[in-house]
Design a protein around this ligand. Structure first.
Ligand code: DAH
Length: 351
C-alpha cells in the first residue's frame, strides 16, 4: 500500500466512523465504536502496519495523518457522548419523576397506654416531692412478699392475697409492698430520709370480671424518717388527691387493717363526679375509696434492720387500674388488658 492508498483508507475510515456515529443510540454502542475504531486492533492501526513499505520521508506524513484522524474522531465521539449523556439524564428525570402532589401513606401514631398516663402523673407528682422511683422483681420470694411485710407463714391475712406459687418459696408477687423492704434494707438512714415510690405489676388468684383481674398494677409509696406523723400522711395524700382528681377534693381516713401498717387506713376522696351529694360513681355515699395506707408497723422496720425506736413513717398502696378507671370513667378493668386500639387510642396525655 502506498501513501495515496493509505490516505484513501484513512478517508474511508473517517466516513465509516462518521456514518456509524449518525446511527448510534446508546452510550454503550458509542463505546463499542470507540474501541473498535480507535483501539489497538482497529483499522487505523491496520493501515499503519504498511508504513514499513514507504519511503522514509513519507513515513512522518502518514503518522501525522493518522494522529489527525484519531483526534478528529476522538472529538466527534466526545461530542456525541455529550449529547447521549444529556439524553440519558433527561430520560432518567422523566422516568423517575416524583408526583409531589400524590397523597402520602398515613403514619398511624400510637398513644401511651392509659395506665402509663396514670403512672406518669403519679410519678411526676411524687418526684416533685422528692421521692425516688424504685422497681422490684415480679417473681418475688415468700420472704419479701409476705414475711418481711409482717405476714408470717400460716398468718390468716395471707388469705386476702391468694396467689400463684412457682415453688414453695417463690411466687408472683401479690403486691408492690416487698419493694419497701428491699429498699429499706439498703438505705443508709444516717444520710437522710427514705422517700420512695414503687410502681409495678402484681398478681392475684382472682377470676377476671369487670372489677377483678388476675394481674393489675399498683403504686406503693413509703416515707421513713425521724418524726413522721399521721398528719404528714394525710397532708401528702390530700395534695395527691387534688392533683389527680381536682382542687376541690377532700380526703377522709377510715380505720382499716393491713399487716404491715399500724394503724392502717382506708383513704377516701370526696366524689369528683357529684362533689359529695351522692351519685352512681360514689354509689350514693359521696365518697370514693382510692387507696390503702397507714403508719409503717415496727415489725416491718425491724425486719429490714431499721431501728423502730428512732425511725418511723407512712406507707400507701394504690391501684393504678382503679385510679385510671375512676379518672377516665372506665367501667370494665378487662378493657385495660385486651388491647383494643379503638379503646386505647381515646386516651392521650392531655385527656
Ligand atoms: N399492699 C396492699 C394491697 O395490696 C396495699 C397497701 C395498703 C400498701 C396499705 C401499703 C399500705 O403500703 O400501707 O392491698
Amino acid at each position: 500500500m502506498n501513501l495515496e492508498e493509505m490516505k484513501v483508507q484513512f478517508d474511508a475510515i473517517r466516513k465509516d466512523v462518521l456514518a456509524s456515529l449518525e446511527e448510534v443510540k446508546t452510550l454503550k454502542e458509542l463505546d463499542q465504536i470507540r474501541v473498535q475504531q480507535l483501539g489497538k486492533k482497529g483499522p487505523i492501526t491496520e493501515v499503519l502496519k504498511n508504513i514499513k513499505n514507504l519511503a522514509n520521508e513519507e513515513k512522518p506524513k502518514v503518522g501525522a495523518l493518522a494522529n489527525e484522524l484519531r483526534s478528529f474522531l476522538e472529538e466527534k465521539i466526545a461530542s456525541v457522548k455529550e449529547v447521549l449523556e444529556a439524553k440519558a439524564l433527561e430520560e432518567a428525570l422523566q422516568s423517575e419523576t416524583i408526583d409531589v402532589t400524590m397523597p402520602g401513606r398515613p403514619v398511624e401514631r400510637g398513644t401511651a397506654h392509659v395506665l402509663a398516663h396514670v403512672q406518669d402523673q403519679v410519678e411526676d407528682f411524687f418526684i416533685g416531692l422528692g421521692y425516688q422511683v424504685v422497681e422490684g422483681p415480679e417473681v418475688e420470694s415468700d420472704h419479701y412478699n409476705f414475711e418481711m411485710m409482717n405476714l408470717p407463714k400460716d398468718h390468716p391475712a395471707r388469705d386476702m392475697q391468694d396467689t400463684f406459687y412457682i415453688t414453695p418459696e417463690y411466687l408472683l408477687r401479690t403486691q408492690t409492698s416487698p419493694v419497701q423492704a428491699r429498699t429499706m434494707e439498703k438505705h443508709d438512714f444516717t444520710k437522710g430520709p427514705l422517700k420512695m415510690l414503687s410502681p409495678g405489676r402484681v398478681f392475684r388468684r382472682d377470676n377476671d370480671d369487670a372489677t377483678h383481674s388476675h394481674q393489675f398494677y399498683q403504686i406503693e409509696g413509703l416515707v421513713i424518717d425521724k418524726h413522721i406523723t399521721m398528719s404528714d400522711l394525710k397532708g401528702t395524700l390530700a395534695a395527691f388527691a387534688k392533683e389527680m382528681f381536682g382542687e376541690d377534693r377532700e380526703v377522709r381516713l377510715r380505720p382499716s387493717y393491713f399487716p404491715f401498717t399500724e394503724p392502717s387506713l382506708e383513704v377516701d376522696i370526696s366524689c369528683f363526679k357529684c362533689g359529695g351529694e351522692g351519685c352512681s360513681v360514689c354509689k350514693g355515699t359521696g365518697w370514693i375509696e382510692v387507696l390503702g395506707s397507714g403508719m409503717v408497723h415496727p415489725n416491718v422496720l425491724e425486719a429490714a434492720g431499721v431501728d423502730s425506736s428512732v425511725y418511723g413513717g407512712f406507707a400507701f398502696g394504690l391501684g393504678q387500674d382503679r385510679i385510671a378507671m375512676l379518672k377516665y370513667g372506665i367501667e370494665d378493668i378487662r378493657s385495660l388488658y385486651t388491647n383494643d386500639v379503638r379503646f386505647l387510642s381515646q386516651f392521650t396525655k392531655e385527656s
